[in-house]
Design a protein around this ligand. Sequence first.
Ligand code: SME
Length: 156
Amino acid sequence: MAGTKISKYLRLFAQLEKLTEKCTDPIARMATVNAILYHKMETFSWVGFYLLKEGQLIVGPYQGHLACQTLEKNKGVCWAGINEKKTIIVPDVHDFPGHIACDSHSRSEIVIPLLNREGELTGVMDIDSRLENNFDTTDGRELEKICRLIYRQAGN
Ligand code: SME
C-alpha cells in the first residue's frame, strides 16, 4: 500500500516538474499543482493554498468545495503550520483544538509551509481528506518536494 502511494507521488512529481518548468509565476504553478493533486489523489477532498498578506492568511488558488477566504489569526491548522514553520499532520480534525472546518465532512488534514527562494514563509499548502488518518510522513515529505516547485527557477 505504502509502495503504491510513493510510486504515485513519484509519477505525479515528474509530471508536475515538467508542467511547471517554463512559466515561473507562483500562482500559475499553485493552480497546476492543485489540479493534478485534486484529480489524481482520490482521497484528497480539498487541495489549495493560503497565502500570507499583511499578517493575514488569505485563500489562494484551490480545488474543491468553497473555502473560507480568510482564517482567524493564530487559530486552526494553517496558522499552526505558519507559526511552527513545519509540516502539520492532523489524523483527526475533531481532536485538533481550534480546527477551522470549511468543509464539515473533512476528517484529516495536512499543512505544508510554503517558502520562497529566499527562504521566507509566504503561506501554506493545505490538503483535506474525508478519511480519518489519511496522511503520514510519506505524504509530508512528497508534498514538501512538490511545494518546492512553486518558487523554483525556470527549468531546474
Ligand atoms: N482547516 C483549515 C482551514 C482551511 S480549510 O480546511 C480549506 C484550518 O484549520 O486552518
